[in-house]
Design a protein around this ligand. Structure first.
Ligand SMILES: [Zn+2]
Length: 354
């Protein structure tokens, strides 16, 4: 296959103040081909309640697009939306919401081959532009499905400024995680004799650098929101180019997956789970975690596991489970022994902070 046909790129990435109030203008500017085509808006009941005015404005911009409050972020829900889209000759799916909505809308667009416009209401992780959707399959059991990336991504900075701070922190955590993910990706390539895609590597590294070295520390500032939006999208594109989640997901993600799967009672977002995983992952990789700990502290990201109800015993067990939670994914964990003494030390270090 030709190298250049392996991946797609979005046509538009707009990060603007009040962007949700002038989507018609953005669409005219970037994707005029779709003007006049039938569209549907996917969101959630509570978001439609909060953002009724904005969502109705977007609906008007798309010729009175139907607004659907989705039931759950499940495979069945995505399939039923895709069915409606195909049967009713709808050509555009607009997802307005957080990760759950965006993953469902993205997969529905993938199945129905509709144009997908992604409009996040928070910046909680890099799934907004990634070629994957995480959906519930049987009951609460979740699975990651490959899919196409959005045609357009429209970020309204005012919307993000008003989103709960924890969600932006989660997006920061998912971006900083690329530091250990990239290390693990190189390690895995050298062990398995495979290749790291240099361009995907560089994009993911740039995503991390742009946030880690950002002088603007105020998460509510437009400058920071613009940088974080681009960083998350760059992460998604790195995965699209690499054809895998490896540029953005290593041992720190295995730790977060172990929490999700074995400790569902621990209420921690994906991005904060991986942020917590990044500090020990750094240590396992022989990298100094002080810089990242200082960075988290400067942004008010709490990395004391106890704050999330994680005890030292649970912490050690989570790292044990992380080794088996995604079989076949080579990370630094494969080359080190499970050492509860070391894990207790790391736990105390994370409790003490910097
Ligand atoms: Zn992630």
């Amino acid at each position: 296959m030709n190298q250049h046909t392996r991946f797609n790129l979005p046509i538009c990435l707009t990060v603007e103040e009040d962007a949700f109030f002038h989507t018609d203008e953005i669409v005219r500017r970037y994707i005029p081909d779709i003007i006049g085509q039938k569209a549907v808006i996917i969101s959630e009941e509570f978001l439609i309640g909060i953002y009724r005015e904005k969502i109705e404005d977007i609906s008007r911009d798309f010729g009175g697009a139907e607004i659907i409050a989705m039931g759950g972020a499940s495979f069945d829900e995505a399939v039923s939306i895709a069915k409606k889209v195909c049967v009713e000759d709808i050509k555009i799916i607009i997802g307005i919401g957080g990760g759950r909505v965006l993953d469902t809308a993205k997969y529905a667009a993938h199945i129905s081959k509709a144009v997908y416009i992604c409009m996040p209401t928070s910046l909680s992780n890099d799934s907004l532009a990634s070629p994957f959707s995480v959906l519930e399959t049987y009951g609460k059991v979740r699975k990651t499905f490959a899919c196409k990336i959005p045609t357009a991504i429209i970020v309204d900075t005012n919307m993000i400024i008003n989103a709960p701070e924890g969600q932006t922190l989660s997006g920061i955590g998912d971006t900083i995680a690329k530091h250990t993910a990239l290390f693990d990706w190189k390690l895995s390539a050298s062990k398995s004799g495979s290749q790291v895609d240099d361009f995907a590597y560089a994009l993911s590294r740039m995503s991390y650098d742009s946030v880690y070295h950002c002088d603007e520390k105020n998460m509510k500032s437009r400058v920071f929101i613009r940088i974080l939006s681009r960083a998350l999208v760059m992460g998604g594109l790195a995965m699209e180019i690499a054809g895998s989640s490896r540029p953005c997901s290593g041992s720190e993600h295995l730790f977060a997956h172990a929490i999700e799967e074995y400790y569902p009672e621990v209420k921690i977002s994906h991005g904060l789970g991986v942020a917590l995983g990044t500090i020990p992952a750094c240590i396992f990789q022989g990298q100094e975690p002080d810089g990242i700990m200082r960075f988290f502290k400067a942004h008010g990201l709490d990395f004391d596991p106890a704050s999330y109800g994680i005890t030292a015993e649970m912490f050690a067990d989570m790292w044990l489970k992380a080794r088996t939670v995604r079989t076949g994914r080579i990370t630094v964990l494969d080359g080190i022994k499970h050492d509860t003494v070391q894990l207790n030390e790391i736990y105390s270090r994370m409790q003490e902070g910097i």
